[in-house]
Design a protein around this ligand. Structure first.
Ligand SMILES: [Zn+2]
Length: 267
């Protein structure tokens, strides 16, 4: 069983208290942090602390990496694994952060966030994830997404969903699930939803899920993950079966959390 705190170096990192300045950044810049209950907040802060100590953040194209950049990106990467047995992205060593959208040369190993690689050899991307390599992220996109999850796009959730998907060695839209029954349900629900999105987007119909998810199964999982975290209440209404399998995988009730937060804001 994976357990991220099995590692004594990670436990040692947690001897230091979580910096107040980082908590201020979470409150001001990561809306989903405010959705969490106290236990979840505490758990997320521990994950962030280890993530930041362990992973290398490299600023590209002149970007200076600040605490805000580290904390916002780490928070969102860690949000995905908040309920999971996990190893805190053990294989991930570096994150390359660009100030704004970047044109990268084509690569066979990456999973792109925009456009089929074969048709557009050089494309502007807002993120990219590699099986045995860095995660590339664009800071202005990541920053906006953290403050405005209602837009339904989050490059950090997207790229880290690819990493979870690839944790079994392949980017096929199916991460390591929690049991045989789950694989069966997952395959049924995902193939049905993926085909429906493909058909609708081919016909140019407006869809709830971003049609970019129709590109292939890996992109479908990454896009579905973005919506599961960013628009969970609507997803539960419009794509209940998909919401349910994702909740069964991530072991988080994001819709319940969003409803609780909305009620809290009304009083
Ligand atoms: Zn992608």
């Amino acid at each position: 069983m994976l357990h991220w705190l099995r590692d004594h170096r990670r436990r040692a990192i947690l001897q230091d208290p979580f910096p107040d300045g980082w908590r201020r950044i979470l409150v001001e810049s990561v809306l989903h942090y405010s959705f969490l209950d106290d236990d979840e907040k505490n758990h997320l802060e521990q994950l962030i602390q280890v993530f930041i100590a362990e992973k290398k953040f490299e600023g590209c194209n002149g970007l200076e990496v600040t605490d805000e950049i580290r904390v916002v990106i780490a928070a969102e990467a860690c949000m995905l694994v908040l309920g999971l047995p996990h190893d805190l992205y053990r294989g991930l060593i570096s994150l390359l952060i660009y100030p704004s959208s970047v044109v990268v040369p084509p690569s066979r190993m990456g999973v792109f966030t925009q456009g089929p690689l074969v048709e557009r050899p050089e494309i502007a991307i807002s993120g990219q994830a590699f099986l045995h390599g860095p995660v590339i992220l664009v800071w202005d996109e990541a920053k906006r997404a953290a403050r405005h999850p209602e837009r339904g796009h989050n490059v950090v959730y997207h790229e880290f969903a690819h990493l979870l998907d690839m944790s079994d060695g392949v980017a096929d839209g199916t991460p390591v699930l929690h049991g045989r029954d789950q694989y069966r349900t997952w395959a049924q629900v995902f193939s049905k939803e993926f085909i429906a999105l493909r058909q609708a987007s081919k016909k140019g119909k407006k869809t709830f899920l971003d049609p970019y998810g129709a590109l292939n199964e890996a992109e479908f999982f990454a896009v579905a993950t973005e919506f599961f975290f960013d628009k969970p209440v609507q997803m539960q209404k419009k794509h209940k079966a998909l919401y349910d399998v994702l909740a069964g995988f991530y072991l988080q009730d994001t819709a319940g959390r969003e409803r609780r937060y909305n009620r809290m804001m009304q009083v």
